[in-house]
Ligand binder design. Structure first.
Ligand code: BTN
Length: 323
């Protein structure tokens, strides 16, 4: 974003004269005017007030790597090999995979972007990633013990996001198996886990990609009912740096415990947020299956079909509550 320094000054929403902006930025007034035009081209709405100056109308909630790191404990900070904030990426998951190719030994890589041009969703879908509105965050994590110990990891990551949101004051955060995060019956966040494989024997690299709708008020073409933090709690303001720090802390803490206990250590916490529990479930094509009964110790979903418990594995079918 070329006009970032200018937007940083305008971010307070007050009127700034061309002269004061020029002075603060060390530019000529013509250069300031050009930057105002560029920011408008980038999608920021800036009001020109005759004889007075400029006022930013668009809400600005900048992502900043140092602001995120400052809000993490020194203990957690010391476990992070790198934390980068990008203005624009194809996908933060793709970026972690690229970084890992050069950096296979580092433990934790973290990457955020203000905008994704090819955000990846589950089942090959696209994840809408408008500039400046939401959180697009990926963590490159490392687990020892081979693939078998990863059972249930994607559910546990959903739990980590739910707990971070609760810490931010969001009530009633539910989980839709395997790991969609729901509030008031609508999807607030999604998680895409990509396994990078065993780069060393027994060491599995995992990319945990997390998308949380923060300020988004409009979206087209989404299949499911969706919400954002701003939509579900309109009286509050949200800072993506603070939210990122809480989500990162929660994911790192939960991952450490998961490495020790596996899914078993989280099963009852997960069940308490299960939005399918006790609901009549159908597959997405409408075939009625049975009643939702929570998850087993590997994170498979259990459905009561005519009195018999049937297992559904993540990725096999997509479930809906029958309305
Ligand atoms: C889903 O379909 O519910 C999963 C969505 C995951 C989106 C996030 S945004 C950050 C990370 N980068 C991506 O390309 N996808 C994930």
């Amino acid at each position: 974003m070329k006009s970032r320094a200018l937007l940083g000054l305008l971010a307070d929403g007050r009127i700034h004269s061309g002269e004061s902006l020029a002075l603060s930025l060390g530019f000529s007034r013509t250069a300031v005017w050009k930057q105002i035009r560029r920011a408008a081209d980038e999608g920021y709405s800036i009001e020109t007030i005759r004889g007075k100056g400029y006022r930013l109308i668009t809400l600005i909630d900048f992502l900043d790597a140092d602001a995120i790191l400052d809000q993490l404990s020194s203990n957690l900070r010391s476990t992070i090999s790198s934390l980068q904030v990008h203005d624009e990426l194809d996908s933060t998951n793709a970026e972690i995979i690229r970084q890992r190719a050069h950096n296979s030994r580092s433990d934790t890589l973290i990457c955020l972007a203000d905008h994704q041009t090819a955000g990846r969703g589950r089942r090959g879908r696209q994840w809408q990633s408008p500039r400046g509105e939401n959180l697009y965050l990926s963590l490159g994590l490392m687990f020892r013990g081979g693939f078998a110990m990863l059972d249930g990891l994607s559910l546990v990551l959903g739990l980590a996001v739910a707990e971070a949101l609760e810490k931010q004051g969001v009530n009633g955060v539910g989980l839709k198996w395997p790991n969609d995060v729901f509030v008031q019956g609508s999807k607030l966040a999604g998680i895409l886990v990509e396994l990078q494989g065993e780069l060393e024997e027994g060491v599995i690299h995992v990319v945990a990609g997390i998308g949380i709708n923060v300020h988004m008020s409009r979206a087209e073409g989404l299949e499911q009912a969706w919400t954002s933090l701003a939509r579900s709690m309109p009286d509050r303001s949200w800072q993506r740096n603070q939210l990122s720090a809480d989500v990162i802390a929660s994911v790192l803490e939960v991952s450490e415990k998961f490495a020790a206990t596996g899914f078993e250590g989280f099963r009852s916490q997960w069940q308490s947020r299960d939005i399918f529990s006790g609901q009549a479930l159908t597959t997405v094509d409408g075939t009625l299956l049975g009643m939702g009964c929570g998850v087993d110790d590997k994170g498979n979903y259990l459905i009561d079909v005519d009195g018999k418990l049937e297992k559904v594995r993540a990725g096999e079918i997509s479930l809906r509550a029958h309305s």
